[in-house]
Write a new protein. Sequence first.
Length: 281
Amino acid sequence: MSGTNPFLDPGRQTELYGHASRLAGRSNALMRAKTSGRPVPDTIVGLVRNHHERPDGLGLVLDLGCGRGTSSLAFAQALGPRRVVGLDAAPALIEHARQRAQRLPGLPVSFMQGDFHRLPVPAGSSDIVVAAFCLYHSPRPQAVVAEIDRALAPGGLAVLVTKGLDSYREMDQLVAAAGLDRRAEQHESLYISVHSGNLADVVAVSLDVLVVEHEEHSFTFDGHDHLAEYLATNPKYNLAPGLYGNAGALAATLHEVLPDRPLTTKSLVTFVVAQARGGQQ
Ligand SMILES: C[S@@+](CC[C@H](N)C(=O)[O-])C[C@H]1O[C@@H](n2cnc3c(N)ncnc32)[C@H](O)[C@@H]1O
């Protein structure tokens, strides 16, 4: 096993985000388990409305690391900007996002493949730049924030979102107790690069931080079958061959070794709103 954190290992990005169905399975299992915490796209929309000086006259909204485009579509519907552009490194996810957008004709949203370290937009072009749950894939997150600074229009806002370092630690405990990976609780957090404890500092290198909000999100998985849908795609663990990526086999193993009962786990979600240094560029 290499020492590289799986979320920072370029070789594992393809595996993690190479198929839209894989990300959808993981996200859907997590969202079905959610018992508290506001929907993140709604919270971002609320922060934009509260902190942008002209929230009803927005031009370009950039959604970095947009994945399957869920947030980009929500921003286009809720904020009514001139255009939303979702950018992601994974071609399969961009293709999937485009197909979703086609089912909503007339919505001013488009998707492009690209790297958030080199934003394919002119300087000063974007009223809003969102980076939700993606900066922790960068070994150089300050470089991404510097690019966000370059992309922001005068009066523009950046909204950045990440998770706490010890998010889902109850899953680590269960994986260790089940003997699936005895060292599950010792692995480095997947969010080591950008997490609730350092997001504001990372952003403050280039931008003025206006708001920092922390919100605890809780999740209760019904039992082994539900949990395995999420765990099977978690790159944090060293699972036995045949279990990684195979929710059915993982659930069967869990049923053999532990009583089937609900698992409650938590994640701290942190939002930072920032603007270009000095308020106006
Ligand atoms: C966990 S998903 C987050 C999706 C979405 N923002 C959300 O809130 O649900 C992380 C996304 O970041 C993307 N990503 C990782 N590294 C990237 C990079 N260098 N440039 C652009 N996107 C990247 C991945 O392809 C993946 O779709």
